[in-house]
Design a protein. Sequence first.
Length: 126
Amino acid sequence: MDPSEKSVALAIFNFIERLLLIIVVLMTLGGVVFELHSLYVARSISLADILLMFLYLEVIGMVAVFYTDKQTAFVFPIFIAITALARLIILQGKDMAPENILFEAIAILILAISAMVIIRLNQQRS
């Protein structure tokens, strides 16, 4: 493959990547609108609803970071996973088996350590 073919292929992949990122943001905003509508209809807000909004916010933040700094873009899915696991623990609450809480807390710890490692490695490269 010659350099001009490579640059055309990269341009196509960059276009597809940007298109998919726009679709992700639009779908996330759609989820926010549906959630806000259900909150309006229910006339109540729970902690689970607030945490779900944080998940939506983190997805949008991840896309924004992807456009500004691709090195730290890999950390945002880890933050989303941590928030999702914390939301799961909160939603299941007292009905949850103690070993499941322990497993999910260990998963959060592993994700937090991996985020720290990625951030430190990116700082050393800079």
